[in-house]
Structures are given as structure tokens and as C-alpha cells.
Design a protein. Structure first.
Length: 482
């Protein structure tokens, strides 16, 4: 049994109905149970206003019911809007307000809360994924059902995942990296092992759990895999069936790839690249010993089938039917970022800097703007700037990022001016300063966007073009006495 990503219906080919489909912290589901529960969820959702092209928000964290709800929404034809519990209540409220969802489904309690239930202008969407926005508001990326079908075809046709693969899911469902596991599981008739934050934190029991379910495909950001190297159970001895590492969300350092090759010599390492706007990813390459010997930093690969990559004045542009239908209710952004390619297909200006070698091998060289990736999460620094500026007594706020020597972002540092009285030289502010700055920011931003430290400055440094000089901010931070 599997779920067809063209008809969006269950079909009886593939694995047996009693084979594992989903293993969550709370319970596991066979394929037969997934089909029955998804159908029941779809019936209940219709009673709560869900309908084709009318979105439904799904709120939770790694419950089996969250997975059921996503499949149920696909059965209804209602675009699902995944929101993880990592987000503060204010962000959930704003997302629901922007998308005008028919209802919010709470995966933990199994209850629906009624919403506006407005029909979207774009028809035939699979999901709407919200990402950080430079205006301080999250922006909704609209992904069509045809794009999801192409994602499934690409993964099953190119990645060598084998029959009935078992995926390790770590990324929250509100992070588009997780759509790799969701849709490949459905298309292949495989299984998805959902791993909640508290399970991952219990390292002694977590790896044996993955082994118990026979995980064959590891999907994560490179940063998350790097963290696991300190765990002795992260090895072929504990995970004998693990045969594929699938990375996306941030650059894959060559040093990490070499360590994984040493520890898992029989596994394939796939490096992929692409923004949320391109339905998870748009390039791929197998990182072999030959690739590691030839390139540092590593390339992000070649274009996926039926797509085109262009480097236009240094900017990577993506062409294909996997490109988003547009940002929800943001015609200004759509005009700036989307255009029609010569063959009539959608094209997206990524804002990523790139270099193309002969044969179409792509290298990603950073960003043209202040957008960053931290542990795979896409973050607009301007959104954090806006939140810092909203703290009591603050006249100006800005955020800078600390990086490893290889360029990987590791930490956010906030800077404020005009706060806490006259400041003659830069100094750290305690978490309870500014009426509890850390708690105030946590009410507005998800945890991964809250700076780990806050620095009070006499003034924020400006560049020659009158923008915040973020490099100078890092220098200010480094100069503060320990």
C-alpha cells in the first residue's frame, strides 16, 4: 500500500497493509490504520469547514495525528499549514490570520478550532509553508500539488532509496526539510519514524529506537548530523540498516562529509540545495571520495530532472513546475521574485549567490541580502531587528550572526541602542533587563530566532550606504571584556 502523489489517493500496490507507516512517540500506525484514520480525519475536517482550496492549520509536534492530518488534508484537497509548537502563540495567531484557515487542528488533543475558512485564490495547493519575513511578518509559500508529485518522482527515481525505505524524521513539520520524509514515505509505501525533541535529547535511548524501526534513510541538516558524532551509538554497529544520508537546509562542510564517510563507509551521502520556494530542493549530488578530493567547499550539485538552473549576474534562479505558485497575499514579493521563463514555466530569483561550472555543476556562494540559515532554519535578520526595536526604551535594534571558520552560522547576538540609560561602551544586558528582553522576544519570535545574548551599544554602526554594518557588530561583540 502507498499514497499516490498524482491522484492523492491510497493505492493497494506496494507494501502490505499491516506494514509500518508511521512511528511516533505516542503511537505507531500501519498503512491500513493510516488510511482509515486519514479518511476519518478528512470527514471530521469537512464538518469543521475544510474544503478544496480552503486551508487548514495543523498545530503540534511529532504526534502520529499530525501526520494523519496532513494526509487527510491532501484527501480533502485542503492545503495544510503546518505549525510546530516551537512557535509562540502570537506567531500561530498571525499565521492563521494571514492564511484565513477554515480551522486549526490541535494534533495533541485531536480537536478543531473554527477559523475564517476563506478560499485561496491559488487553486490546487498541497500546502502553505510559512518562513521568516523581512517585514517582521511571516510569509506564506504556496506549493502546488503538481510540485509535490514531482518531488516524489525525483526522490524515488534519483536517490536510490530502495524498496520501502524507513526515514528518520527530525525536522519539525513547519520546516520544509521535513517534506522530504513525508512525501517520500507516502510515495514509496515506506515508513517515517518521527522523533520529538525530548526523544532526541535522551541520546542513550534515541539511537536504539531508530535501530528498532530499521531506519535506512537519515534526513537532517548537516549541523544536526554534526551534533550526533559525539554519540557513540551513531554508528553502523547500532544502525546497521542506515544506507543513505540526505542533507539539505544549509551548506554541507567537507570536513563533516569526510567524518561521515569514515564512520559510515557503506552509506551514500547526498547533498541537496533549494529554498522553500522550490518544494524543498532543486539540486543534488552524491558526495563520493572523488568529489571530496576535487572540491572544498562542496558543490550543491546538478539540477533535478525537468528543471533549469540559471546564474544571472551572480544570482541563482530556478525554473520548473516545482517552483512555488507565489507568496500568499504578497504581490509585491511575487513581482520581485517570480518571473516567467522562456518556455512558459515559473522561475524564482533565490537571492542566493552562485557559480556554475561546465556541465552544470552548481556552487552556492552565500546570500545577496541579510537572510541566513541557522541549523537549517531560514531567518531574515530584519525580522529580529524589528522585534529588538520593539523592546521598551530601545531606539534602534539589530542582530548579527557568529560563524565558524567554515562560514556556518552558530549563534545570534542582539544589539540595542538607546536602552537602559546612557551607554558609554558596549556591554551585555542580563536576561531580565528591558523588562525581561528574552521573555518578551520569545513571545514574538520562535526560539531559534531569539538572540542568545543582548548587547547595549552607544549607537548602532552604519555602513557607507547607511545600512546596519553587521560585520562591525561582530567586531563590537568580540571586543567586549569577558
Amino acid at each position: 500500500m502507498r499514497f499516490d502523489l498524482k491522484s492523492f489517493q491510497f493505492v493497494d500496490t506496494g507494501v502490505a497493509p499491516d506494514a509500518l507507516a508511521v512511528a511516533a512517540a505516542d503511537r505507531s500506525l500501519t498503512w491500513a490504520q493510516l488510511r482509515a484514520e486519514a479518511a476519518a480525519w478528512a470527514d471530521e475536517a469537512r464538518k469543521n469547514g475544510a474544503a478544496p482550496d480552503v486551508p487548514v492549520a495543523i498545530y503540534g509536534h511529532k504526534e502520529a495525528s499530525f501526520f494523519v492530518a496532513m494526509v487527510g488534508a491532501l484527501l480533502v484537497g485542503a492545503p495544510f499549514v503546518p505549525v510546530d509548537t516551537i512557535y509562540p502563540a502570537e506567531r500561530l495567531r498571525r499565521i492563521v490570520e494571514i492564511v484565513r484557515a477554515a480551522a486549526v487542528y490541535d494534533a495533541a488533543s485531536g480537536t478543531f478550532t473554527a477559523g475564517d475558512g476563506a478560499e485561496l485564490a491559488e487553486r490546487g495547493l498541497a500546502y502553505v509553508m510559512f518562513t521568516s519575513g523581512s517585514t517582521g511578518d511571516p510569509k506564506g509559500v504556496q506549493i502546488g500539488r503538481e510540485s509535490v508529485g514531482l518531488l516524489g518522482d525525483w526522490m524515488l527515481g534519483s536517490f536510490g532509496l530502495g524498496d520501502a525505505p524507513v526515514f528518520m524524521n527530525q525536522a519539525p513539520f513547519s520546516f520544509d526539510l521535513s517534506m522530504y520524509e513525508v512525501f517520500a514515505t507516502l510515495a514509496s509505501g515506506g515508513a517515517c519514524v518521527l522523533n520529538a525533541r525530548e526523544q532526541i535529547a535522551a541520546a542513550g535511548a534515541w539511537m536504539p529506537r531508530l535501530a528498532e524501526h530499521g531506519v535506512t534513510v537519515w534526513v537532517s541538516t548537516p549541523s544536526f548530523a554534526h551534533q550526533q558524532l559525539a554519540n557513540r551509538d551513531f554508528s553502523p554497529a547500532t544502525l546497521p540498516l542506515l544506507r543513505t544520508f540526505l542533507f539539505c537546509g544549509e551548506p554541507l562542510p567537507s570536513a563533516l562529509a569526510k567524518k561521515l564517510r569514515q564512520r559510515f563507509p557503506g552509506a551514500v551521502i547526498l547533498n541537496t540545495y533549494g529554498p522553500t520556494e522550490a518544494t524543498v530542493a532543486t539540486t543534488w549530488i552524491e558526495v563520493t571520495d572523488a568529489v571530496l578530493a576535487a572540491h572544498d567547499p562542496l558543490p550543491v550539485g546538478h539540477a533535478k530532472p525537468d528543471s533549469v538552473l540559471i546564474v544571472d549576474e551572480g544570482e541563482i534562479c530556478i525554473v520548473g513546475d516545482h517552483v512555488m505558485r507565489g507568496y500568499l497575499n504578497r504581490p509585491d514579493l511575487n513581482e520581485a521574485k517570480l518571473y516567467t521563463y522562456a518556455d512558459g514555466r515559473r522561475a524564482f530569483r533565490t537571492g542566493d549567490l552562485g557559480q556554475m561550472e561546465a556541465g552544470g555543476l552548481l556552487f552556492c556562494r552565500g546570500r545577496m541580502d541579510d537572510q541566513i540559515k541557522l541549523n537549517g532554519y531560514r531567518i531574515e535578520l530584519a525580522e529580529i531587528d524589528e522585534a529588538l526595536h520593539g523592546l521598551p526604551g530601545v531606539e534602534g535594534g539589530a542582530c548579527a550572526v557568529l560563524r565558524r571558520p567554515d562560514g556556518t552560522a552558530v549563534r545570534l547576538i542582539g544589539f540595542v541602542a538607546g536602552a537602559d540609560g546612557e551607554v558609554e561602551e558596549a556591554r551585555f544586558l542580563a536576561p531580565d533587563a528591558l523588562a525581561g528582553w528574552k521573555e518578551r522576544l520569545a513571545q514574538r519570535l520562535p526560539p531559534y530566532m531569539v538572540p542568545s545574548e543582548l548587547v547595549a551599544c552607544p549607537a548602532l554602526p552604519m555602513s557607507n550606504n547607511h545600512k546596519i554594518d553587521r560585520k562591525k557588530l561582530v567586531e563590537i561583540y568580540a571586543g567586549i571584556p569577558a
